[in-house]
Design a protein around this ligand. Structure first.
Ligand code: PMP
Length: 454
């Protein structure tokens, strides 16, 4: 049998077939619903990538609460996916549920400011150390709007991103570095303009390339996750951000930090924790406790330039904002979430549990003598199919193995554990328990024992 990432592939194939059969046998109601869904939903699912989980057909969720999720056939799962960060503070946190219930009979959307917006903005300013804020309905939207504002404010057309990044469905960032040259991502559908004209892409952790790319002083902003999280995790090398920050400033480029995933680091995200001092921050997904909304914040200086750009523009559509943006319902959710859920105490719990999980994962991997590694950014932990963590997007891409991933994920799912599809990421929320982690490690160990090569 061939060896790959320390795995016996013959056993891998057997295990996959066995787990698929178990899943089919155990999920008759989900199966029947998936068949009905196939009649009237595009790809048979409400969102096309729901077909990309490890399961032979899409599992139908029934309820989700805290760290627990149940499906149509009555199975209970410990949820380490947590909606890929949307439910990072647990499903249906009680303060958010209460605020939503109150707002439910007091209006959802009016195109007017609510008092909650003031409280939310004050709290965002305190927490993220940026004074001026604005809203969107998704992190994708927030990134789109920030790019637009900064292009308008700086008069520069180009943006810079890191190879292998993901910032949502923002067309501008769907550019990869292929053989050292920018190339529009082939998977992007229906885009007819050449995105490489205004998007510069360099490898993460490469200061020389960053400086070279910014030196012409025509790049409006660098849009970056402080730790890459969407191609497996890629940590910044020690000192990388301090040096990168100086380079970015030297050429008059704005630094936009997308904290959508790295908010796992702490109550003020990675940038505050590590003193990055960005010009703008974007945060979506969990900011409203899982209710769809997002925020972005600017320094005073950048906010003034943005306001000036808008004032000097002809009247009419700005291309920023949507009708339901900053609606009353999401404001109520954000207020409750920021003031009562995303607290220092919640983070203390989450970080301690994630630490236990990371230590446990490393021990299981070492016991099974597999050449895998574990990376942790606060409440976010990931195992990767290589012995050393990758240093950039290209290296991270090389070790992705969706086939192996799916075998492990389905094995876990059949035993009551959900982890994030498309990579090997696990989140813990304040309601995750030490028993949940022990259960996870036990099942993970069983899986590795069956998979590893002799
Ligand atoms: N930024 C980052 C870093 C993300 O990982 C994602 C989604 N995975 C987004 C933005 C976009 O979030 P959404 O899909 O909620 O718009």
């Amino acid at each position: 049998s061939t060896l790959c990432a320390g795995i016996d592939w013959q056993r891998g194939q057997q295990l996959r077939e066995q787990e698929r059969a178990t899943f089919l046998k155990n999920n008759p109601k989900s199966c029947a619903l998936a068949e009905r869904a196939g009649q009237h939903l595009l790809f048979g699912v409400p969102m096309h990538w729901m077909t990309d989980w490890s399961t032979p057909f899409s599992l139908t969720v029934n309820t989700a609460n805290g760290a627990t999720l149940s499906d149509a056939d009555g199975h209970r799962y410990v949820d380490f996916c947590l909606g890929d960060t949307g439910a990072m503070f647990g499903h249906s946190p009680a303060p958010v549920a209460k605020a939503l219930a109150k707002q439910a009979s007091e209006g959802y959307t009016s195109m007017m400011a609510s008092e909650d917006a003031v409280i939310v903005a004050e709290e965002l300013a305190r927490r993220f150390e940026l004074p001026v804020w604005q809203f969107a309905l998704s992190a994708s939207d927030a990134n789109r709007f920030v790019i637009r504002w900064i292009r308008a404010a700086t008069g520069r057309s180009k943006i810079l991103v890191f190879n292998g990044c993901y910032h949502g469905t923002v067309d501008d960032v769907f550019v990869d570095l292929v053989d050292g040259k920018p190339k529009q991502r082939d998977s992007l559908l229906g885009q007819v303009t050449d995105l490489t004209a205004n998007t510069v892409v360099v490898e993460f952790n490469d200061l020389v390339a960053l400086e070279k790319a910014l030196a012409q002083e025509d790049v409006a902003c660098v849009l970056a996750e402080p730790v890459m999280t969407n191609i497996g995790m890629v940590l910044p090398a020690p000192g990388y951000w301090e040096a990168a920050r100086k380079i970015i400033q030297r050429y008059g480029t704005q630094l936009v930090i997308d904290e959508t995933h790295t908010i796992s680091s702490g109550p003020g995200g990675y940038a505050v924790l590590n003193g990055l001092k960005p010009d703008a921050i974007v945060l979506g997904k969990p900011i409203g406790g899982g209710v769809p909304c997002a925020v972005y914040g600017f320094t005073k200086e950048l906010a003034q330039r943005v306001e000036q750009a808008k004032r000097h523009a002809p009247p009419g559509h700005s291309g920023v904002g949507t009708t339901l943006t900053a609606n009353m319902l999401t404001m109520a959710a954000m207020r409750a979430n920021l003031t009562e859920v995303m607290t220092d105490a919640a983070y203390q719990k989450m970080l301690a549990l994630a630490g236990q999980l990371a230590v446990g994962l490393r021990a299981v991997i070492a016991d099974n003598k597999l050449p895998w590694c574990v990376t942790q950014v606060g409440a976010r932990t990931e195992f990767q199919f290589c012995s050393q963590p990758p240093i950039n997007g290209s290296a991270a891409e090389l070790i992705l193995d969706s086939e192996l991933e799916k075998i492990v994920h389905l094995f876990l799912l059949n035993r009551g554990i959900l982890i994030t599809p498309f990579h090997n990421m696990m989140l813990v929320c304040p309601q995750t328990t030490e028993d949940d982690i022990a259960h996870f490690l036990n099942v993970f160990n069983q899986c590795l024992r069956l998979l590893k090569s002799a």
